[in-house]
Design a protein around this ligand. Structure first.
Ligand code: ADP
Length: 814
């Protein structure tokens, strides 16, 4: 069974019980009706029915069913109570109509029945009254038409008996929904005893004194102290006691009936009037008390809340009354004023505000009543320990119910630090006179344009801030090109695309169009401006005019390109020259060999014997021819070295043979010279893997230098032997006692075409190629050449060669 079904079932059971109650109460009321009266003294059945509906609030359909039940049970009660059938049916109908009207009015617009305010109470009274009128009219009609009674008497009696019952019992139905707040205390018990006791005493059998007012104070006590629930219950109890005892002939109203001869209906009406009075009084008091209590609680929490709000506010808040006296202030304000809150409240604002001109404060305060205090105002406060603080105040008035100004509320924010920071930033912006700093909002509207921007772009800040789209400062064609690159629409977005996409900054060159139309190249670094929450609020561009720099860079590039071109041209020329020299040398070698051959034949007498003089001339031809051949060999070798094609042809050979051959050829050429010549060649063969021709060239060059640079009477020596310490190497030393080489030239002599000035001055023949070829050949064999020399102290060239072969013999030109 679902929860809803169970609830419905439970409701139906209770509804049945309530209807049985209605029947029983109705029967009792009929039974207890005063003798001679056509209507009952009290009709609690109506109250019970309304009470049940209000307590359960079951919705329109079940309410209607219940009302039908009321019709049946009320009719039955009347019938069983001895009333005629027709009367019973009509009374039943009247009862049902009354319940429907009261319940309907209490729950209009689907609101739950309540008793929380005076308005709710008025509604209850109105509903009760309407119900009373309905029952009054219907019952009156029934009584007068069917039973022949007096309409007015019957109507008023029915109305009052029903109305009072509803008024007394309906609150219980409403209060049934209220939660019980606390446990019963001694006071509750005492009050119950007093109320019930007094009521019982006032209405008891032998009591004839008019003391009907006496239960009221007890009920009031309950209303003021014990809440609506208790009051509702007590009203019912008082009602039952009063009615029961009155119908038994007790209490002031029954006594009045007996002694004063008033009619029974009037006795009933008086009893109902008593009950209604008691109900209205106590209910209104109870409602008002509850309302006051709730309002007080609300107020208290509101006051507490506003206190907390005030004290946690970062702004200073000061409330000043019409006389300029501080009525309230928060912690921040107290801190700025340098005194605790309680010391400041009650003092004149002009006395405690730490301003330079308190008279102005006095004057301002005088304007509170007239409403002439300005809305915003800035003040410098000299705060102890903090120095001068710049405070921006916002003023507002408090007014009373009649609209008169009663207080001024001053809310102040200390903006000293922000102002200082702003001044600093402004100073920085202004100081950057060569750097354009431009700020924009998210749409590209310029918000900042510093002095530097004015200089670079030629616009004044006032002409562009807030007016111009930043992209308009750019070369439109360039913006379009960039847009195409980024594949987006041309416009401001092009400039901030990367930053908007999340990049911290983006730096690139742009072309700016100045106000005068001229163009500048700037290096622009774009970044985003973000608020404290990290939300993008705008953009900041820092641009540097790099027109000159870029122009210089371009010029430099052009110059470099030109130089490279020149070098290429020269290299090509050099290669042509080398090729030319190489070709010429080749061409010269063959005829020269033929010249040398013929001169040799002449010397040998192949053309007949020569005279002394002829022989001398022929040998001179031979000597110079050999020198020329040597020069040609050097030129050819140099060309090969330059071209990186030394192309040695190594084989196992004895260095001693090579040295001897070189020695002989040099000796032939320089036989006329007056020199001491020493040769010290190892008697054992000096095997090396090498190109004998190249090695001979190397030794020849060294020897001919030694001879060339040593004056007559000097000494030239040649030593060839295994290395003293390294058995894998052989050493070849050529030394002389000649002019020597200054240390500064030691490295340079191995450079191609280097000739010392001394060599030039003394017209010593040479090409400047000899030593460079020596080094190339030594290194080509995996060896090296070194030099020891000093001016006029002779020179010693030492070549070391490995016995084995290096992995490769051909080497690049030096
Ligand atoms: P060249 O001998 O044709 O001038 P080298 O390359 O053989 O060219 O020599 C370069 C220079 O080194 C010479 O001009 C000379 O100044 C210096 N030099 C070479 N050998 C000696 C030496 N034995 N004594 C003094 N100077 C020398």
């Amino acid at each position: 069974m679902s929860r809803v079904t169970r609830q419905r079932l439970r409701w139906s059971v209770w509804a049945l019980i309530a209807l049985v109650g209605v029947f029983v109460l109705g029967l009792m009321s009929v039974h207890f009706a005063l003798p001679g009266s056509t209507v009952a003294l009290w009709w609690p059945a109506a109250g019970l029915a309304v009470c049940f509906l209000l307590a359960t609030d079951p919705g329109p359909r079940r309410s209607a069913l219940f009302v039908l039940g009321v019709l049946v049970s009320s009719g039955a009660a009347n019938l069983v109570g001895g009333r005629p059938a027709l009367v019973s049916v009509l009374y039943g109908f009247a009862n049902a109509a009354e319940v429907a009207v009261v319940h309907g009015l209490m729950t209009t617009r689907a609101r739950r029945p309540r008793l929380g305010s005076m308005d709710d109470l008025w509604r209850l009274l109105a509903a009760t009254l309407a119900g009373a009128v309905v029952i009054g009219v219907l019952a009156g009609l029934t009584a007068s038409v069917v039973l022949g009674g007096d309409f007015l008497d019957s109507a008023s009696a029915a109305a009052s008996s029903h109305g009072a019952a509803v008024l007394v019992m309906a609150p219980l139905g409403i209060a049934a929904g209220l939660r019980r707040v606390r446990r019963p205390r001694l006071e509750d018990i005492a009050q119950w005893v007093v109320v019930v006791g007094v009521t019982a005493w006032v209405f008891h059998q032998d009591q004839s004194l008019p003391l009907a007012f006496l239960p009221i104070p007890g009920l009031v006590w309950g209303a003021l102290r014990l809440g609506l629930r208790t009051v509702a219950m007590q009203l019912l109890v008082v009602g039952i006691v009063a009615v029961t005892l009155t119908s038994l002939g007790g209490g002031p109203f029954a006594a009045a009936g007996r002694l004063g001869g008033i009619r029974p209906e009037t006795v009933g009406s008086l009893t109902q009037a008593f009950l209604a009075t008691a109900a209205v009084t106590t209910l209104s008091l109870a409602v008002a008390t509850t309302q006051r209590r709730t309002a007080l609680a609300d107020l208290r929490s509101e006051v507490e809340l506003s206190g907390v709000v005030l004290d946690t506010a970062a702004s200073a808040i000061i409330v000043v009354d019409l006389a300029g006296v501080i009525a309230r202030l928060n912690t921040t304000a107290a801190r700025l004023l340098g005194a605790p809150e309680e010391e400041l409240v009650g003092r004149l604002a002009a006395e405690v505000f730490p301003v330079a001109n308190p008279e102005e404060v006095t004057a301002r305060m005088a304007g509170i009543a007239g409403g002439t205090v300005p809305l915003h105002q800035e003040q410098d406060w000299l705060v102890e320990g903090l120095g001068v603080r710049h405070i921006v105040w916002t003023n507002a008035y408090l007014t009373d119910d009649d609209g008169n100004r009663t207080h001024l509320v001053k809310t102040g924010a200390d903006v000293t630090d922000e102002r200082a920071a702003r001044t600093f930033v402004e100073a920085v912006l202004e100081a950057a006179t060569a750097t354009a700093i431009i700020g924009t909002d998210l749409d590209g509207v310029i918000t900042l344009f510093n002095r530097g921007a004015e200089t670079v772009l030629g616009w004044r800040a006032s002409e562009v801030v807030g007016v111009r789209d930043w992209s308009l400062l750019h070369d439109p064609a360039e913006v379009d090109r960039r847009a195409a690159e980024l594949e987006i629409e041309p416009g401001f977005d092009v400039l901030v695309h990367r930053v908007r996409g999340g990049a911290a900054t983006e730096t690139r060159d742009w072309t700016y169009v100045r106000k005068d139309g001229s163009r500048r190249t700037v290096s622009l670094t774009m970044s985003g401006i973000r608020d404290e929450g990290g939300m993008l609020t705008g953009y900041l561009g820092v641009a540097e005019d790099v027109t000159r720099r870029r122009q210089a860079e371009i010029a430099l590039q052009v110059a470099l390109d030109r130089e490279r071109q020149a070098v290429e041209e020269l290299t090509a020329l050099d290669r042509t020259k080398s090729d030319f020299v190489s070709a010429v040398s080749h061409e010269l070698r063959t005829p020269l060999a033929s010249v040398l051959g013929y001169s040799e034949m002449l010397e040998d007498g192949a053309a007949g014997p020569l005279t002394e003089r002829q022989l001398e001339l022929v040998s001179r031809v031979d000597r110079n021819g050999r020198r020329l051949l040597s020069l040609i060999e050097d030129l050819l070798l140099n060309s090969r070295i330059e071209a990186g094609r030394l192309e040695l042809e190594p084989r196992r050979c004895d260095l001693s043979d090579v040295v001897a051959s070189a020695w002989t050829s040099v000796a032939t050429v320089t036989s006329q010279r007056d020199l001491v010549r020493d040769v010290d060649v190892s008697p054992r063969p000096l095997w090396v893997e090498g190109d004998p021709a190249a090695l001979e060239r190397m030794v020849t060059n060294l020897l001919s230098n030694a001879v060339k640079f040593t004056p007559d009477g000097g000494r030239v020596s040649l030593v060839a032997r295994p290395h003293d310490r390294d058995p894998g190497t052989v050493c070849l030393t050529v030394s002389d006692s000649g002019m020597g080489i200054p240390p500064a030239d030691h490295e340079r002599v191995f450079a191609r075409f280097f000739r010392s000035s001394a060599a030039n001055e003394r017209a010593i023949q040479g090409s400047g190629l000899g030593l460079s070829i020596v080094r190339a050949i030594a290194e080509g064999h995996g060896g090296s050449v070194s030099l020891e020399s000093a001016p006029d102290a002779g020179s010693t060239f030492t070549v070391t060669l490995p016995v084995g072969l290096p992995t490769t013999l051909s080497r690049q030109a030096p």
